[in-house]
Structure formats: C-alpha cells, structure tokens
Write a protein that binds this ligand. Structure first.
Ligand code: ADP
Ligand code: MG
Length: 269
C-alpha cells in the first residue's frame, strides 16, 4: 500500500491568531512536493502544525497519515508513525553528541515501547548503520562525536538534518527552508543528499525559495501559499514561473488571499 499524508481543511491558530485558513493537501510516498509562498504566508505554520508543535493549535480540519488521525497525537507519536520535520532553525543541545542523539532517536522510533535505559539499538548495529549513512553522504566520522549543533555552521546544521533523515527513514519528510541562507556547497549537499534518500518509500514536502534545490529534486507538484491557504497547485513549471517572475502576478490572480496575508502580518508584527 502506498503511504498517504492527507491534510483536509486545516485551520491553525498561533496564539489566538488564525494563520492557516483551510489547507488541503495530499502527499503520497514517492512524491516530491514543493511548497512556496512569500514570507508570512503560513508555510512554517503548516510544518509545525503537522509536527505537533504545542503553540500551533488545530482549530478545524484533520491531518491523517495512512488513515491514522494525527491531530491529537504528541510529536513523538507522530514521529513513530513516520513523520519527520527538518527545522528551519535547528536547536543546539550542548553535551549531547550527534551519535548518541541519533541512536536514541532511531531507538525511540523502532522500539516504541522501550523504557529509558532499555531497548537501545545495539551499539554495533548502530555504528555500522551510522558509518554507512555518513559514508554515502560523504560526511567525516568525527562529525558524529560533536555536540548537537553546537558551533555548527549553517551548512553543518543542514547536514545534521539530512543525516537524521537518512537514519530515521521516515515515510514523510517536511524540509522547512533547508536551503535558506546557505552557501552553494551546502545547497548542493542538501540537494544531493535528498536525491539519494528519496525514493518510492518516502514522500517529501520541500518548503523552499531555492531554485537549485528544485532543479536537483524536481517536484511533481508545486503549491503556492498565500494568506494561510494554498491558492495554486501546479507542476515544476509553477515553481519556475515564481523564480522568474516573483509573486506579483499571483497576488493579482488571488486578491482576497493577498489582502488576508497583509492583515495577518499587521496583527503579528
Ligand atoms: P512563512 O513560513 O510562510 O514565512 P509563517 O508560518 O512563519 O510563514 O508565518 C505566518 C504568519 O504567522 C506570520 O504572520 C507570522 O508572523 C505568524 N506567526 C508564525 N509563527 C508565529 C508565532 N510563533 N507567534 C506569533 N506569530 C506567528
Ligand atoms: Mg517559514
């Protein structure tokens, strides 16, 4: 059976302010979707709401993964069902090494009933897997001994997110502006990493402004968000149109959504 992430009429508030106003989207395993839109259109809000961030309250609509309703599940339960979110701004955890973090993360997902101190993926098995994945991503082994994101450059943080993706092998990955503010080496790393990792088993939603990322990972679908709704869905040519021409024409085609987006910005700034 092909896995399906189904978002229906999703309304989300951020601290009382309605941000998402009826998002409909289906992502199947094996598909790459690009989610685009101007700043403040609600892209990260959608990503956080899917992952279960407590500040983002679903007020209407449903999110389902293979028929299981995610709305009321906590983030770890969603992760166990196969959802992964790469953060726009990953957190630093001094004192926790990359390897230890990853071993716990994959153990939590593979042995959901495990108690603290038990049920960890055996060290040998874990090391072998980590070595293989880091090798295929062309990462130096010493990276695994560093503290999570501490002193990492923007590019290294993105490498970390891609390595997590490689180890966790989720059914659905949401990558939130994994490429923003990155130098071209880092964008290439993310692009090539994604190309290696995506396949018929994984559905991907890339939230991006970056042309390069979408050239490496050609999306079957591109969606444009405006004022908390998806106003247009097309194929890779829609993404290309936006790169070439910006959002002016889109705003003109969707004046109501454009007006709503301006309102939200006024409320929250
Ligand atoms: P995008 O990722 O498309 O740039 P966001 O989802 O981050 O857009 O933001 C959409 C709107 O929601 C913006 O107006 C933003 O100010 C508001 N918003 C997002 N997150 C928060 C938050 N944690 N607190 C208050 N307002 C927020
Ligand atoms: Mg964002």
């Amino acid at each position: 059976m092909t896995s399906l992430l189904k978002i229906e009429n999703l309304h989300v508030n951020v601290e009382e302010t309605p941000i998402l106003k009826g998002v409909n989207l289906e992502v199947k395993a094996g598909e790459i979707h690009a989610l685009m839109g101007e700043n403040g259109s609600g892209k990260s809000t959608l990503a956080y709401a899917l992952a279960g961030h407590p500040k983002y309250t679903i007020t209407q609509g449903t999110v389902e993964l293979d028929g299981a309703k995610l709305n009321d599940l906590d983030p770890s339960e969603r992760a166990r069902l196969g959802l992964f979110l790469a953060f726009q701004y990953p957190v630093t955890i001094p004192g926790v090494k990359v390897a230890d973090f990853l071993r716990h993360a994959i153990s939590n997902i593979r042995n959901p009933a495990r108690k603290e101190g038990e049920g960890l993926v055996p060290m040998r098995e874990f090391r072998k897997e980590l070595k293989e994945q880091m090798g295929s991503l062309d990462m130096k082994t010493e990276f695994a001994r560093r503290y999570l994101n501490e002193g990492f450059s923007g590019g290294e943080k993105k490498r970390m997110e891609i390595l997590q993706l490689a180890m966790l092998k989720p059914k659905f990955a949401i990558l939130d502006e994994t490429d923003s503010g990155l130098d071209s080496d880092a964008v290439r790393f993310v692009s090539e990493g994604l190309t290696k990792l995506t396949g018929p088993e994984m559905g991907v939603m890339i939230i991006t402004h970056h042309e390069r990322l979408l050239q490496y990972n050609i999306p079957q679908y591109a969606h444009v968000m405006m004022g908390g709704r998806i106003v247009e869905t097309g194929d890779a040519s829609l993404a290309e149109e936006i790169h070439n021409e910006g959002y002016t024409a889109l705003r003109e085609r969707h004046p109501e959504a454009a007006a709503e987006q301006e309102q939200v910005e006024a409320v929250t700034q």
